[in-house]
Every structure is written in structure tokens, then in C-alpha cells.
Write a protein that binds this ligand. Sequence first.
Ligand SMILES: Cc1cc2nc3c(=O)[nH]c(=O)nc-3n(C[C@H](O)[C@H](O)[C@H](O)COP(=O)(O)OP(=O)(O)OC[C@H]3O[C@@H](n4cnc5c(N)ncnc54)[C@H](O)[C@@H]3O)c2cc1C
Length: 537
Amino acid sequence: MRLPEYSPQSVRPADVARLATELGAIVGARHVRQRKSELLAYESDGLPGYRRRPRLAVFPGTRDELVEIVRTLASGGIPFVPRGAGTGLSGGALADDVVLIGLNRLNRILHIDVDNRHAVVEPGVVNALLTRETTRFGLHYAPDPSSQTACTIGGNVAENAGGPHCLKYGVTLNHVIAATVVLPDGQVATLGSADGEREGYDLLGAFVGSEGCFGIALDVTVRLTPDPEAVRTLLADFTSVHDAAMAVSAIIASGILPAALELMDAPTIRAMESSVYAAGYPTDAAAVLLIEVDGLAAGLDADVGQIVRLSTAAGAREVRVASDAAERARLWQGRKKAFGAMGRLSPHLVVQDAVVPRTRLPEVLARIHEIAEEHDVLVCNVFHAGDGNLHPNIPYDAADPDMTARVEAAMSAIMRVCIEVGGTITGEHGVGLDKLPYMPLLFDEDTLDAMCRLRSVWDPERRSNPGKVVPVRSCREWSGLPGLSEVRKAATVAADGPVGRGGATTAAMEGSAGREAAPPGAARVGDGLAGSGHGGR
Ligand SMILES: Cc1cc2nc3c(=O)[nH]c(=O)nc-3n(C[C@H](O)[C@H](O)[C@H](O)COP(=O)(O)OP(=O)(O)OC[C@H]3O[C@@H](n4cnc5c(N)ncnc54)[C@H](O)[C@@H]3O)c2cc1C
């Protein structure tokens, strides 16, 4: 079966004033933005290489306002894009001449049920703030993206976000038990249940990770996890990336399940150590592993001993165990702020996100190194090694066309290697606009077709986050992997710098340039919350 082509319409300039008045009547005129200068702040997400300007932006302050907005847009057949904190790294929250619905004012924690270890939150609640509020009960919200001091629970649900501690605790999907959503036609549906699984299809499972294409989460019920009795954090340093990757496999194969197992290579370590986030990592190391184990105090030191032995056997020069909470927090700060620190290397940064089978890490990292040399680019690796979730990042200057072309070719080659070894194109950042052209490399026509049909069930007119996730033009013409210039075309990137693919301005990664441009109530990376593993932990 083939679906008809559908091109989501944009909002006509002539209709903007009328629409602004209608939406202003719902939320108050000051919560509707239509001036170019005001909309500038919403043109990009964490990858400002992509730029799309919304026709207008509206910021509901209550759930009822949000539902009324969606119903108003539905009655006019108008497309829209939900947006949380805009930290996404796949161009997912961009609105191209359509309405952007900013959710940052919906930032209340509605209920904390300590006995049942649940919390009900509005979608704009910042991830780390939830843990900060539950720490006094000895609980935390386990999924901890490195952007957790800024990103929202709604954005986490839409992207099925991961984070360093998801190796042991599972990703967002494993921690969301119910959600109320407004569907694109304005109906309000309850998905999942806080009282245990109900009969019927797993609609919640389909919604988590749907990248804003199935409607908007109005509230989310999440699981809270008891803080572990004890935690140990280790830093193992290696003179070769290969040895570090071998240590990852050895630790997992031993049966120990670390809470986190992160790898950072030399360029990343040096960038981080020369930044304000310096954490005392050895700058002459080829790679470090940041390893955390947690759980009952009894037996934890035995695990630490075994990890030290395994790491040493794999070639570690030294394995340091953090002596107190302050040292742990410092080590984690280095990891969590690594992207931002890369801002020191160049004005732009391509951030990549792929997954490979863990046992293939050594060879894939070697191939990435070769590709970097072939294309004369610097690749900085910082990633969730325990999950095989790679983040090869390339700093570059978008004003240099030759360098830009080399970066594009290198990124494309890296993605192909990851797919060749049985990996996939995104571990946690989603498809958004950025990964669209890779979808046909992974999925056959019938599978892509099934995705289109699933989307049509939730949103027959494809008005909710149009043009994202499944190749956009139609279900008949899957685009191939055309290289990044073609990616720009496929994604209809307009008014862009030379690289339209994942090019993050370093200021955005630092979370500084966007500060004054932040939407109402939005927190930004580095806004003073602890950047340690579990936020408040
Ligand atoms: C420095 C840095 C580090 C990062 N580290 C990680 C990491 O470790 N792990 C990880 O997984 N990601 C990471 N990210 C990526 C990003 O933070 C996550 O994808 C996060 O989940 C996005 O949340 P947000 O609120 O910023 O969403 P946005 O970027 O605003 O939106 C992301 C998507 O969610 C949709 N959306 C937003 N709110 C809703 C809602 N209420 N209902 C339906 N759809 C909605 C949007 O339409 C869009 O498609 C990192 C980003 C940065 C900049």
C-alpha cells in the first residue's frame, strides 16, 4: 500500500496577523511572538547549522490553553511544531513557516507520589529540576542526558532520551508510565497507566520517541528511582583508544553492570581540560573511561577491584577512584560539559550520534581515526561506550568551504561504517531533519511505509512536526544517502551557513549565546545546576 504524497502547508503571511489575534485571545497577546527579531531565537535547536523560522510562536501557560491552541490550529488545518528547551541535536524542534508551540511555561511538577515512586509533571519541567525536587525523598529521575540542566521532560519523551546512567537504568521509555497527550486534531488521550499495564495496544510505547509527530504531551507520569546506597566513580586512563575500547568489552563481559561507562578521547580531554570545566583528567592520555558502579555498599568495592584489574589488564596506565562526592562531581562535570568545551576548538561543531555493537567498538574507532586522517579533519569522541552509542564530533569553521566539504565527506563515511557493522543511525538524538537521508539505508520500503501509516493514524494530515523522521517528500520516493549537501536539499534548509548538517555553533553548545534568547522560563546548559551524574545525587 502506498500513501498519497502530502506536503504540509505553511502558514501564509497574510494569515499571520489574524492567527496571532486568535491565539493571543487564548494565551494573552504577550505570549504570542511574530516579529522576526523575536522569532530568531527559535530558528535553531542544538544544531544551529539548520535554520528554520517559524511564522509565529505561541507560549501556553496552562494545559487548557495548550489544548485550545491545538484545536484552533486543527480547525484551520495549520501545521505546528512543539518545542521544549530546544537542546535537541537533530533539528527536530524547528518550525519552517509554521506555528511553533513553546512549552517552557508548562513547567510545574504536579505531584510527587513518594510511596509509589511516581511523579506527574508538565512537559516543560527541566530534567535536572525533577531530581532536585525528589532528592529529599531519596529518589531521583534516572534518565540523565548530558543536557539535563536545560532539556525538558517533554523533549526527553519525544526523543526517548538517553544519558550516561541509562546503561544500567534504561532510557526514557523505561521510566515513563503514563502520559496525557493532545492529538493533532485536538482530542485529548490518556496513554499508559500509573496503576499498571492495561489491556490494548501499547500507545504509550508508540508515543515515546515519536519526535513531536504524534501530538503533544500535556503531562507525563514518570517512575522515580531510589538513590543507591553507595556509589563509586573511577577514571581509567589509557595510552591507546583501542585499549580503552577493549576494556569496555572486558568489563561488560565480566558480568558487572556499571551504572555508567563513558569514553572520552584525547582531543576531547584536551579541549575540556583547557576550559572552565577542567576536571583533572590526564591530558597526555589517548583516552579515558569514566566508570561508575552503584548499589548496595556490600560488594561494591569488590566490583571496583575487578574493574581496576580488568582495566589494567586491557592496558590502563592508572585507575583512579574518586575519594569523595566533590571529586565525583568534578569528574562528571568534565564529561557532561565536554560538548561545550569543544567550543574552544572552532566556531562550529558537527555532532553525530550512532550506535554500533559494543564488541565492534575497537574496529569502528580505528576506522573513524582513519577516516579523520583521510579527510584531514579532527574527530573528538565522547560517548556512552557501555551502550556502543558513539558521538564522533568534528569541530570546523563553516566559513571555510574546503574544510566544510571534508567534514561532510568524513561524517558520511563514519555513518556508513556504523551501518556496515550492524549499527544504527541514532542512539538518542532522534532522526529529526538531520538523519532523514539515512533512513532508507536502514529500513526497506515496506518498513518505511509502515512508519508512514502509523504516523497517519495519529495525525492523518501530518500537521504535527511536519517533515521530520520519515523521509519527507512522499512514501513513494525515499531519498538515498546523498551526502551532506544533498541532505541540506532534502531537508529544504534555507538561509544556512555552508554546512546545514548538525553544525552546532560552539556558543550554543556552551549554552551562552542562547541565554538572552531563551524562551520564557527556559533553563540553559550551565545554568548553575550540578552537572553530576544524577543531578542531585
Ligand atoms: C550539550 C548537549 C548534550 C546532550 N546530551 C544528550 C544525552 O546525553 N542524551 C540524549 O538523549 N540527548 C542529549 N542531548 C540532546 C537533547 O538534549 C535531547 O534530545 C533532549 O531530549 C531534548 O529536549 P528539549 O526539551 O530540548 O527538546 P527540544 O529540542 O525542544 O525538542 C526535541 C523534540 O521533541 C519534540 N517535543 C518537545 N516537547 C514535546 C512535547 N511536550 N510533546 C511532544 N513533542 C515534544 C519537539 O518537537 C522535537 O521534535 C544533548 C544536547 C546537548 C545540547
